[in-house]
Design a protein around this ligand. Structure first.
Ligand SMILES: [Zn+2]
Length: 408
């Protein structure tokens, strides 16, 4: 069994390297936008959109006709073509409920480019006369200084360079994905032997439980806003949707939602920062398993909030961890709430049971804290217990079924 893991590092490019990264990012945006426009007009004319291969050829053609794109590696642009193909496929298949027809993006929205072939990027080696733990080689850019402690083992697959605005000037990060076999994964957990290691479980909406026994709610101060929302909702329910009063209340509600978003973003930011600074290894679930959010929101709205909160915390953690050199590991959350984190006994409980009470060893803990400890153990390759039922492949099937049920 292989596990795909990613490591994020902060890059410290020279001025010249930064100019090149900026050019690559712009070129990817330009190619993506041109291809999206071509595909859309083909759809309008009733023509089937091109294959990935054909889109790749179109991308190469655009590069040939656009002089300023000369320094850009071809593979970065063919990868952009593949992104376009994937986004149209997602739209056709409706594989995600949020899949919309791909749009032309503004320059500010174009923040990344991806190296796909192993030979286009690699860590520096002794032969280069550079320290591999400080320099990475990027195709057509050269050796770029980076910082981060995460060790990469296994086969590197892709490297995505992205720009983020965290201050007056943009910061650059690189996220490398690699495929690891199970034994490499365990070895990594053992030879790292870090000080602070923590597992986290994202429970009710934005409640976070840690393996250290901490329960943090990102939402503590939001209940006042939530009351205002439910008041507005009940007032709006009795009104004609076209009336001036309804429109006014709707605008007021949107304003409160915005306040909630800002407060939550701020709290998430602080939490991610704290977790990343205090630990060397942080383990979290790679997908959230269903949870419950305030009933005053509609079902769609609740799902939207949960997913956004999850994505937001994850992306903030990725960058904070890269900054502070904390390793971030994702694990499949299947069954993490059902097993006892101390003795490994299977203690079945549905969503309404909030406390884990182990009949075998007597361990009692908040349900989410028990799950957080299991997540940490799973991330470090140390599964609790030796239950023969504890088989990964079986668990994965079960988990996808569970999460679909919970999502409904
Ligand atoms: Zn137990």
């Amino acid at each position: 069994m292989t596990t795909v893991r990613s490591a994020v590092y902060k890059l410290y490019p020279t001025r010249q390297q930064e100019d090149l990264m900026d050019l690559f990012r712009k070129a990817v945006g330009y190619v993506q936008n041109s291809l999206v426009e071509s595909c859309k007009s083909m759809l309008d004319e009733g023509v089937v959109i091109p294959t990935t291969f054909q889109l790749g050829a179109m991308a190469r053609d655009i590069r040939r006709k656009t002089p300023w794109m000369e320094p850009v590696p071809v593979r970065i642009l063919t990868d952009a073509a593949q992104r376009v193909k994937l986004s149209f496929e997602a739209y056709f298949k409706k594989s995600l409920p949020t899949a919309r027809i791909p749009k032309v993006k503004s320059d500010a929205e174009m923040n990344s480019f991806t190296y796909t072939m192993n030979d286009a990027f690699r860590f520096a080696s002794e032969k280069d006369g550079l320290d591999p733990s400080r320099f990475i080689r990027l195709g057509k850019i050269g050796f770029v200084r980076y910082r981060g402690k995460t060790q990469i083992k296994g086969k590197m697959k892709t490297a995505t360079v992205s720009r983020r605005f965290e201050g007056a000037r943009p910061s650059w990060y690189i996220s490398i994905t690699c495929e690891m076999r199970e034994y490499e994964f365990k070895e990594l957990a053992l030879d790292n032997r870090p000080k602070g290691r923590i597992g986290i479980d994202l429970g009710l909406e934005t409640r976070v439980a840690t393996s250290e026994g901490l329960l943090v709610s990102v939402n503590r101060e939001l209940s006042e806003y939530e009351k205002q929302i439910s008041k507005l909702n009940s007032r709006m329910a009795g009104l004609d949707r076209n009336s001036a009063e309804y429109v006014k209340l709707k605008a007021r509600r949107a304003h409160i939602y915005k306040k909630i978003r800002n407060k939550r973003a701020d709290a998430t930011h602080k939490l991610a920062r704290q977790l990343a600074l205090e630990n060397d290894v942080l383990v979290m679930e790679d997908i959230p398993v269903g949870n419950i959010i305030d009933k005053s929101y509609s079902r769609e709205r609740r799902k939207e909030i949960r997913d956004a909160a999850w994505d937001d915390l994850r992306s903030k953690l990725e960058y904070k961890c890269a900054d502070s050199g904390c390793e971030l590991i994702s694990v499949n959350p299947a069954y993490t709430s059902q097993y006892c984190s101390v003795c490994g006994a299977f203690v079945e409980k549905d969503q309404t049971v909030r406390v884990h009470v182990c009949p075998r060893c007597g361990f009692v803990a908040d349900r989410d804290i028990n799950a957080a400890i299991n997540i940490l153990n799973k991330g470090l390759g140390l599964q609790a217990g030796s239950d023969p039922k504890h088989d990964e492949s079986e668990l994965e099937v079960q988990s996808s079924r569970d999460s679909t049920q919970n999502r409904e």
